[in-house]
Design a protein around this ligand. Structure first.
Ligand code: HEC
Ligand code: HEC
Ligand code: HEC
Length: 464
């Protein structure tokens, strides 16, 4: 009997050794002769990334089996809900820029060795990503950053950071900027001449109104928090639900929005502007074709390109001024990265590059307990796709200390509350009070300069 047990143990051991050998070694590491993009494509093919991170994957044969099948089906639905690999696959095939948010997410996954999930790797020998493959993958991410995203002024040691400084300025037509500046502050864009863009996006209050919901004409309340106009030029689309592709498209919205400015039509606005001889003359000097929705919004867009806030203390740090941040602030930045904040709040604007679901790991709306309004649906409002439910354009975090209250529903009054909610609903862990205060300290370093002056918020003065 004892002999039998021994034999059995030896057999078990052999199976384990063979299994482990296959599990780790069978993965065919791409040739070092290949281009980095080809290497990554191979690693992703072996790793089954498309099986779980695309809309209509080809299901494996065992997906029909009762136990293994239900696990894999759950992984596939969950995986795609959380992350879509299509844009990266396309970029790799075409040798183009992959989106910055994808690079940050992939970096995180590869560094932490989290993908493919263990239960998948166990059934798919060879899908496991070995250390040589991890290096290839990370190398490609770095190449992408250097080619497409690293700012020219970034110090060498920060070239690969997921967040980068903003440029000092953007080329603009200053004559259009002057007209756009006037129009931005012009209440004639509203039906009763009471509300201008600046009513909700005042430049001396962080480009926001510091109210949960904005007040339009006749004190009507909107259903969503006003994001800042500062640095909005760096967002990949505009509005929480991304319904405007450009700043000019965006600027066409508020004037006719019945709650915000409530003008009947651009013709109504143009009729009022035409009565103003001086302004009309200067407008015609720049736009000989005269007033139209297109020319008015073009001028506003040009003005908005100047609403950028370079040289925050954090930007100066990235540009090489080592001592401009305190150890606590640097610690805050490290915590910001290690807690995955930068996988969504990525790039020069610390966001504004992707849509993400609010409530990845816990149900935000259930906990909030109040009825859903149309704006709570996020991107779903535009696409009617289930996957886009509660998915928002990630807000940028520049000047975040000035743009309270936070979240699309304006429900978080302080940065501490916003960070706690992010940890709970997006990450699924929590911070110690010291860690949180370091992240707050770091976020405070993102306040930049407008026209050479540190941006301040007149409402913060009142608040104190
Ligand atoms: C068997 C299905 C499956 C496979 C194969 C798989 N994933 Fe995933 N992936 C998931 C699931 C489920 C999640 C979400 C839960 C989690 O993080 O574990 C996820 C999460 C991710 C995320 C995180 C998104 C975020 O918001 O943080 C990335 C990035 C990712 N996967 C990339 C990959 C890559 C790259 C591969 C191929 C090497 C891969 N995955 C293979 C199922 C899969
Ligand atoms: C009544 C208040 C109000 C007025 C007036 C107003 N806005 Fe807004 N603005 C908002 C709100 C609220 C949002 C968010 C709406 C949404 O995402 O659905 C917004 C969004 C924006 C955004 C998008 C920023 C981002 O990160 O997505 C820009 C840019 C902007 N407004 C510029 C303007 C301009 C230009 C005007 C004048 C033509 C204007 N706003 C008039 C309240 C206002
Ligand atoms: C999976 C993506 C994701 C991750 C990870 C993430 N965020 Fe967010 N963050 C969002 C989205 C989406 C919103 C908008 C939520 C809303 O307003 O309803 C947001 C909003 C915020 C806001 C409020 C911004 C504003 O203007 O209202 C702050 C501050 C913030 N996040 C900080 C953080 C910090 C700090 C971390 C890391 C602990 C983090 N986020 C991690 C996606 C993410």
């Amino acid at each position: 009997m004892k002999k039998l047990i021994n034999w059995f143990l030896i057999l078990l051991l052999t199976v384990l050794v063979v299994f482990t050998a296959f599990f780790f070694a069978n993965s065919e590491t791409p040739s070092t002769q290949l281009k980095s993009s080809q290497q990554v494509l191979e690693i992703m093919a072996n790793g089954g990334c498309v099986s779980c991170h695309t809309e209509n994957p080809v299901l494996p044969f065992y997906a029909k089996w009762p136990v293994a099948g239900s696990i894999i089906r759950k992984d596939i639905t969950e995986g795609w809900k959380q992350y879509d690999v299509t844009a990266v696959t396309e970029a790799l095939k075409k040798e183009e820029a992959a989106p910055e948010a994808d690079l940050a997410k992939l970096e995180e996954m590869i560094e932490e060795n989290e993908m493919p999930p263990l239960q998948y790797a166990v059934v798919h020998w060879g899908s496991y990503i070995n250390s040589a493959e991890r290096d290839m993958f990370l190398n490609w991410i770095n190449e992408q950053r250097i080619s497409y995203y690293t700012s020219a002024k970034t110090a060498n040691e920060f070239a690969m950071e997921p967040n980068q400084p903003i440029p000092d300025s953007i080329a603009v037509d200053i004559r259009k900027v002057a007209l756009g500046d006037s129009l931005f502050h012009d209440p004639r864009l509203s039906s009763d001449n009471s509300v201008s863009c600046a009513s909700c996006h005042a430049l001396n209050t962080g480009g926001v109104d510091n109210k949960p919901f904005s007040e339009g004409v006749r004190a009507q309340l909107g259903g969503v928090n006003a994001p800042t106009v500062y640095n909005s030029v760096f967002n990949f689309v505009q509005f929480w639900d991304g319904r405007a592709a450009t700043l000019a498209d965006q600027a066409a919205g508020p004037p006719l929005n019945p709650i915000e400015m409530a003008s009947a039509s651009f013709d109504q606005i143009i009729a009022k502007l035409t009565e103003d001889k001086a302004f009309t003359d200067s407008f015609l000097a720049v736009y000989p074709e005269g007033y139209s929705q297109a020319t008015i919004t073009d001028a506003i867009q040009e003005f908005e390109k100047t609403l950028i806030t370079p040289d925050s203390r954090f930007d100066r740090y990235l540009k090489g001024e080592k001592n401009v941040l305190s150890p606590k602030e640097i610690e805050g930045y490290e915590l910001y990265k290690s807690n995955k904040c930068a996988t969504c709040h990525v790039g020069v604007n610390f966001g504004g590059q992707s849509y993400e679901r609010l409530g990845l790991v816990a149900d935000y709306f259930k906990d909030r307990g109040t009825p859903l309004n149309a704006d709570d649906k996020g991107r779903f409002k535009q696409t009617a796709k289930e996957r886009d439910m509660h998915r928002y354009k990630v807000p940028g975090l520049r000047n975040i200390a000035l743009t309270f209250p936070y979240f699309h529903d304006g429900s978080k009054k302080t940065l501490d509350e916003a960070i706690d909610a992010m940890m709970h609903y997006q990450i699924g862990t929590s911070l110690t009070p010291e860690e949180r205060s370091s992240i707050v300290a770091f976020l405070n370093t993102l306040t930049g300069e407008y026209k050479g002056q540190l941006l301040t918020n007149d409402n913060s003065l009142k608040k104190n």
